[in-house]
Design a protein around this ligand. Structure first.
Ligand code: PLP
Length: 436
């Protein structure tokens, strides 16, 4: 048994200080009936709790830690940067450097604005789409999570799905009424909405690879159809690549599926573990953002020098030319992920447990489900009790996974072949526990 004595005491104290003891809901482990380990430090693909337990980490701070924790290049650059001051609230060369690094792999981003969180990126992109088109309504997809701004907190996946909340109290009826939700991967549903009221819709926002109802990729041709429909109605297509950016492929889902959105939201990886996100895209649209244009958006800490530095170092690592004969960073991650998932599938089969597995580059996940999972309803129909047993067994064996079926797992460059083998072995035991 894991000794989580100190974590338990820390959690009990935290619960008196913060709602549910945490600063973001899924961290509380409430739906897996156990207490969260309190983390003391992390290095590479390992995370260490305050009781001295060590885990192989597939959460990676929910996606950003693509080069592993405390990568020496990131640490060194941050140590140097901090001596030059932590925030100026004034333009820096670092902001342009990160902008250029991003634009090189996202050619659809002609102009970019840095913000501090994915929530800010999607919220600002929506305001911009509404300001640009003069329309109020937006379309989102059931089970897609785009952060916690009011317009987008309707039928959102992730923590809301984990805790069974369809739309948060505090989101006004008026706001919710302007958000139209349709099922993911359902061509007919989006076609109907666009046919009926496309000319009133400012934006369609989508996770082009969904990561907040578990990992659910788009069906073939689905994104293309959405591109065609939005183009036909002058509706702005926003790809929320906060999670799948740099993961579905280096150039994100838009490169992987060959679809060019009007606006893209990025987050997580572009900050290398510090608070950064961004939105960007077509120049004519982005030039409406203040002070170039009338759509207001600002931030005291936006473009913060430490955050820019961590992002720059992380992007340099993942965009570096590979050594001759070696796979590039993104391909290397994809291959590691494939190895892990194939191993899990084999172990599940041996244990007589049916699972569905999805991978998009270095994003991945499994569902305890007899049937294929292509939307939120499919995801909800998965066996949550089996997930709990599996999750707890993996944690006991030192494998740190997201504590919810509605979350995605992430591979990093720091995961060694030996660690992946160990994770496959642990999965074998966990699937047996599920089967018992
Ligand atoms: N968009 C997507 C696709 C996300 O997965 C998330 C967070 O997980 C967000 C937006 C919100 O980002 P943040 O938590 O940085 O506000």
């Amino acid at each position: 048994m894991l000794n989580l004595e100190k974590s338990l005491a820390a959690f009990n104290e935290a619960k008196t200080l913060m709602p549910g003891g945490v600063n973001s809901p899924v961290r509380s482990y409430a739906n897996v009936d156990c207490n969260p380990p309190f983390i003391a430090k992390a290095k590479g693909d390992r995370i260490f709790d305050i009781d001295g337990n060590e885990y192989i980490d597939y959460v990676g701070s929910w996606g950003p830690m693509v080069v592993g924790h405390a990568h020496p290049n990131v640490v060194k650059a941050l140590q140097e940067a901090v001596t030059r001051g932590t925030s100026y609230g004034a333009p820096t060369l670092l902001e342009s450097e990160l902008a250029k690094l991003v634009m090189k792999v996202y050619p659809s981003i002609e102009v970019i604005r840095m913000v501090n969180s994915g929530t800010e990126a999607t919220m600002s992109a929506l305001r911009l789409a509404r300001g640009y088109t003069g329309r109020d309504k937006i379309v989102k997809f059931i089970g897609c999570y785009h952060g916690h701004s009011d317009s987008l907190l309707v039928n959102a996946g992730s923590g809301m799905a984990t805790f069974g909340v369809p739309s948060s109290p505090g989101v006004t009826k008026g706001t919710a009424a302007d958000t139209i939700s349709v099922p993911y991967n359902d061509v007919e549903a989006i076609t109907k909405v666009m046919d009926e009221m496309g000319d009133e819709i400012a934006a369609v926002i989508i996770e082009p690879v969904a990561g907040n109802m578990g990992c659910v990729p788009p069906k073939q041709g689905y994104l293309r159809k959405i591109r065609e429909l939005t183009q036909a109605h002058g509706t702005i297509l926003i790809f929320d690549e906060v999670m799948c950016g740099f993961r579905a492929s280096l150039g994100g889902a838009q490169a992987a599926y060959g679809i060019t959105p009007d606006l893209t939201c990025l987050g997580k990886i572009i900050g290398g573990g510090l608070p950064v996100a961004a939105y960007g895209g077509r120049r004519d649209i982005m030039m409406k953002v203040s002070p170039a244009g009338p759509v207001y958006q600002a931030g005291t800490l936006s473009g913060n020098p430490l955050a820019m530095t961590a992002g720059i170092e992380t992007l340099k690592l993942i965009t570096a030319e590979p050594e001759p004969g070696e796979a590039d960073y993104s391909r290397m991650l994809t291959l590691k992920t494939k190895k892990l998932l194939l191993g899990w599938l084999e172990k599940a089969k041996e244990a007589g447990v049916t699972i569905q597995a999805h991978q998009a580059g270095s994003m991945f996940g499994i569902f305890f489900n007899e049937h294929e999972v292509y939307n939120y309803d499919d995801s909800c129909a998965s066996d949550q009790e089996a997930f709990k047993v599996w999750f707890k067994s993996m944690l006991e064996q030192g494998i740190y996974l997201a504590p919810s079926q509605f979350e995605t797992l992430f591979m990093s460059g720091a995961h060694s072949d030996e660690d992946i083998d160990r994770t496959i072995e642990a999965a074998g035991k966990a699937f047996k526990a599920v089967a018992e």
